[in-house]
Design a protein around this ligand. Structure first.
Ligand SMILES: [Zn+2]
Length: 138
């Protein structure tokens, strides 16, 4: 798979569904299925990039919408928040996969006024929402 693959929601769900049932000891250090700051305990060398959820030719992803998609009243940090490409923060995420256990993750850098923080979220297939409308149409 090329590093410049642009993943659709359904393809991402299929990919995540191929992960081992038990995560390796590195991936198991991510205790929740919601967004987390990348823990120092995570073995980054095990992760390989498989592409992204946005089209880099469509413009700077950092200028994409900051609107979030939470039809079930979840929040940004919720472990059961839907993964909806097109919406924040999925519209700026890279797609990564563990070489050891095939677990799929999304990663992006959260920019604050004076900081930049790398965040990571495990992709749970059931949370990938391929039916989410595009932002701005709700
Ligand atoms: Zn792993």
């Amino acid at each position: 798979m090329a590093q410049d693959t642009i993943w659709t929601a359904s393809a991402l769900r299929d990919l995540a569904g191929q992960a081992n049932a038990r995560p390796c000891d590195s991936c198991a250090t991510l205790p929740s299925t919601g967004w987390e700051t990348v823990p120092v305990s995570l073995d980054r060398q095990r992760l390989q990039v498989l592409g992204m959820l946005y089209d880099p030719l469509a413009g700077n992803p950092l200028e994409s919408t900051l609107e979030e998609y939470h039809p079930q009243r979840t929040r940004y940090w919720s472990a059961d928040a839907p993964i909806a490409p097109g919406w924040f923060p999925y519209n700026r995420c890279g797609v990564w996969q563990c070489r050891a256990c095939a677990t799929v993750f999304l990663r992006y850098a959260e920019h604050g006024g004076y900081f930049e923080e790398e965040r990571i979220r495990r992709v749970v297939p059931a949370l990938v929402d391929s039916a989410a409308p595009p932002p701005g149409n709700t």
